[in-house]
Write a protein that binds this ligand. Structure first.
Ligand code: AHQ
Length: 235
């Protein structure tokens, strides 16, 4: 089978997001329509933290599997964006500050005491995927961030409009993330287009992105079942 052209390959990757990205998940729809109550928002903040704190672990595992110095020297920034530096507290710290603004303690998040099994299994599957697959498939799985800026912008507007009980300063993560997501997904897309040359390599990259979409949706499935479907309440 002949490989896709660069344009067709890019279209195939973007089609995965159009069909399967978690921006369309019922939990996000309720959230962005302002229909979640405080307990449901708190559960989401606590469970999303497990995803956030595992991102630098995932990125360090990808670095360890990547033999190309030019790739590593750019990819390493992703770890610093989350773990922070002397100049910037980082995404994980911003998420902990969000937890305090929704009346959770930092230890509620760090202890995983509110973590749902389905969220744990989905996030661990992401980390284990990157730990066990060729580095370029790990890069492909991160391309969900091609679709993240629009979702985060919608989310930020929804929080500022509907969830005014949360201090607006605590939404700093959602303000800071979109430009980093664009930078990272531009880099990731360029790497995937450059290093996935054969049709089987291209297919595996598309499959990795589809798997990651399922991983993001599985987390929301668990939250939706636990705090909406199982209780029959959504406001
Ligand atoms: O806040 C998010 C983040 O730091 C990352 C890293 C990236 C990756 O390496 O897989 N994916 C990602 C995402 C973040 N936020 C999610 C959201 O809905 O707020 C979206 C998610 C992604 O699109 O993969």
């Amino acid at each position: 089978m002949q490989p896709w052209s660069l344009q067709d390959f890019t279209d195939q990757l973007r089609q995965v997001g159009r069909l399967h990205y978690h921006d369309k998940h019922p939990f996000h729809r309720l959230m962005n329509e302002g229909k979640l109550n405080r307990e449901q928002i708190k559960l989401w903040v606590a469970n999303r933290f497990y995803y956030q704190k595992n991102i630098p672990i995932k990125d360090a595992l990808l670095l360890a599997r990547c033999p190309l110095r030019a790739v590593r020297r750019l990819w390493v920034q992703r770890i610093l964006d989350h773990d922070g530096t002397d100049q910037d507290p980082g995404g994980i710290e911003k998420w902990l500050r969000l937890s305090e603004a929704v009346d959770l303690s930092r230890d509620d998040l760090e202890s995983d005491r509110l973590l749902l099994p389905g969220v744990r299994f989905a996030v661990d599957a992401y980390v284990n995927f990157v730990a066990s697959k060729p580095w370029i498939e790990g890069v492909a799985s991160s391309l969900t961030e091609l679709f993240a800026p629009a979702l985060m912008t919608e989310r930020l507007a929804a929080f500022e409009k509907h969830y005014t009980w949360i201090d607006s300063a605590a939404l700093a993560y959602f303000r800071s993330r979109p430009p980093l997501a664009r930078r990272d997904s531009d880099h990731g897309l360029a790497l995937v287009l450059e290093h996935c040359c054969t049709y089987p390599e291209q297919e595996r990259a598309v499959a990795a992105l589809r798997l990651k979409c399922d991983i993001l949706c599985a987390q929301l499935d668990a939250m939706y079942y636990h705090c909406i479907a199982d209780t029959g309440t959504s406001t």
